[in-house]
Design a protein. Structure first.
Length: 362
């Protein structure tokens, strides 16, 4: 419900054009606690920003209320500023709500948390704390978490099945199946992504740049796997690209790395495609690098998948002991150049308008 003493948002019928997210020079939000004024860069346009505040000082007290108020089928961006606070809810952004922009006060103070899981009767698809079907979705400076825990099996924090979506400086936290990059073109920059098993998975064409990828301690008897890509046909222009990322383990997992194996990925579907480019890979990763999916038909799958590594560094990046599969490649520069923002997701045609930084090539 709208607070009588809070800024009143415009009605959807009178929404005006605001086609660009303000860049770093426009406001100082940082990740050190942020501020309380919509990121300071919005002081001239607060009437055109939906303000969500858990303490009741905004237009709404839940993120979902802000999404519901946003205009349907808008060709313009709708800014939803989520003030610092913990929002315990599941947020659904449907396909008829395109161009939604979620802006937080900082990923350490603006947090959306849920706890749905397969163990509690949800499908993996429906378990997501934030589920996005609206094209053009953008998020910045927010934590999105699923707190179900490793014992609850699949439990997604963020699911995106929408084109032209980008996420910047966000924490995406979970255990099994944390980030569901379901489909279409997606981009992640300088995000922290935590999980245990298959925690970046799906069949999008997705590039993750400058992200910190952190494997957590799994349940006893389990191993950790970062990616599970699910390309079904060789004609699909999809895959998971990790470029200039940092691959680490939590302190607990590092302390148990002698008995808990960890891998870069496993193939969820026959034509799975995942590449690591110019990333730092720490020593907790098993020398084999990759592991097969539990199936009887892996003999065919190991030749149809595409797993590649190029120019990586760190003790876990040594490729001498990697799997001997027909689909595994130590790539050269020309191979790797096929998986850049420019080539893989045609990013220069749509990322400029976000003001999020990105590297077009290698």
């Amino acid at each position: 419900m709208l607070s009588s003493d809070s800024p009143q948002p415009l009605s959807p019928s009178s929404w005006s054009l605001n086609s660009k997210i303000l860049g770093d020079n426009d406001y100082d939000d940082g990740n050190n606690g942020g501020d309380d004024d919509g990121g300071a860069g919005y002081e001239d346009d607060l009437s055109e920003t939906i303000i969500v505040a858990a303490d009741g000082s905004g237009n709404f007290t839940s993120v979902q209320e802000g999404v519901d108020f946003a205009p349907n089928n808008s060709e313009f961006r709708t800014f939803i500023y989520v003030r610092k606070g913990v929002y315990e809810e599941n947020v659904e952004i449907p396909s008829y709500k395109p161009n939604i922009v979620l802006l937080g006060d900082g990923s350490d103070v603006t947090m959306i948390t849920g706890n749905r899981s397969v163990a509690d009767g949800w499908t993996t698809f429906r378990s997501a704390t934030v589920a996005v079907s609206g094209e053009g979705f953008l998020a910045r400076d927010i934590t999105i978490a699923n707190t179900a825990g490793p014992e609850k099996a699949q439990a997604a924090a963020l699911r995106i099945n929408a084109d032209l979506t980008a996420v910047y400086r966000c924490n995406i936290l979970g255990y099994q199946d944390t980030l569901y990059v379901h489909s279409f073109r997606q981009f992640y920059r300088e995000c922290n992504i935590y999980g245990t098993i298959d925690y970046i998975f799906g069949n999008a064409a997705v590039v993750l740049q400058g992200c910190t990828i952190v494997s957590r301690m799994p349940l006893p008897g389990q191993y950790t796997v970062i990616t599970a890509q699910s390309r079904v046909m060789p004609s699909e222009n999809t895959g998971i690209v990790l470029q200039n990322c940092t691959v680490l383990a939590t302190q607990e997992l590092n302390g148990n790395k002698s008995r808990v194996r960890s891998y870069l990925g496993r193939p969820w579907r026959p034509y799975a495609r995942t590449v690591y480019i110019e990333s730092y890979i720490d020593e907790f990763i098993d020398p084999k690098g990759w592991i097969k999916w539990s199936s009887n038909d892996f003999d065919d799958m190991q030749n149809s998948l595409y797993y590649g590594e190029f120019g990586n560094r760190g003790p876990g990046s040594i490729t001498d002991g990697r799997v001997n599969w027909g689909g595994y490649h130590v790539m050269d520069y020309y191979d790797a150049s096929n998986f850049t923002v420019h080539e893989f997701i045609v990013g220069e045609q749509w990322l400029d308008s976000t003001s999020f930084p990105y590297d077009e090539g290698i």
